[in-house]
Design a protein around this ligand. Structure first.
Ligand SMILES: *Cc1c(COP(=O)(O)O)cnc(C)c1O
Length: 223
């Protein structure tokens, strides 16, 4: 099936939810991204800095670039001039580097903090305790260029739908707790919850996702 057909089908299945669809285009060539662009997609998700920089240069300028993968501090500077949203901030040191580079560019940069919700050891992310440590940190209170817009998470890669739902519910609870916390600094606005991929987006929507990150369902499997 074509990218346009896949998108049409996907958009029909999520139409009743007010969420943003980020088309995860990692490993796919620009020609394929252009098919999605021509079908109306403007939000693209990438997980590698160099690949995102290259695609940003080649694609039309009204595309919005979402860094969804683990970001190394020494590569932050390459995406700061154009990135739309950094989904996976998972340490205070990374946030500090984003603030530093954003100041150099004189650009406000929106970020999500990644929470570890999966059972797997390998997945990145903060615990609830670490999240609130960052949210209450002096560094964040003083930051002028980073804006925390919400949280991101990845569920365990499993067929067990109950487990996936439990993990999303857990993240939603942390999200709701932070959302009503009146003591957080002004640059924290808990509005966005980035959960849901090809295998679990239905559950993510039911659990309150506001941003879906979907690759395979749109572009087919990756090599
Ligand atoms: C690759 C990736 C996705 C998209 O995965 P699909 O299963 O292809 O939809 C979403 N989020 C992150 C962080 C990813 O790395």
């Amino acid at each position: 099936m074509s990218v346009a057909k896949n998108l049409e089908k996907l958009q029909r299945s999520i139409a009743s939810y007010p969420c943003l669809l980020v088309a995860v285009s990692k490993t796919k060539p620009v020609e394929v991204l252009m098919e999605a662009y021509e079908a109306g997609v403007r939000d693209f998700g990438e997980n590698k800095v160099q690949e995102m920089v290259d695609k940003h240069e080649q694609m039309p300028k009204d595309c919005k670039w979402h860094m969804i993968g683990h970001l190394q501090r020494n590569k932050v500077k390459y995406i700061i001039p154009f990135v739309h949203l950094i989904h996976a901030v998972d340490s205070a040191r990374l946030l500090k580097e984003i603030e530093k580079q954003a100041e150099k560019e004189d650009r406000i940069v929106d970020c999500l903090l990644q929470i570890h919700i999966a059972e797997e050891q390998s997945k990145f992310g903060l615990s609830e305790e670490e999240l609130f440590e960052i949210l209450y940190s002096e560094m964040l209170a003083k930051a002028k260029y980073v804006q925390i817009k919400g949280l991101m998470g990845m569920a365990t890669f499993t067929e067990d739908k109950q487990q996936v739902r439990r993990e999303f519910k857990h993240l939603r609870q942390i999200f709701d707790k932070a959302k009503v916390d009146a003591h957080l600094p002004k640059n924290v606005n808990m509005q966005k919850l980035s959960i849901g991929m090809s295998g679990d987006y239905q559950i993510a929507l039911e659990e309150g996702s506001t941003i879906l990150r979907i690759g395979t369902t749109i572009f087919g499997s990756r090599n």
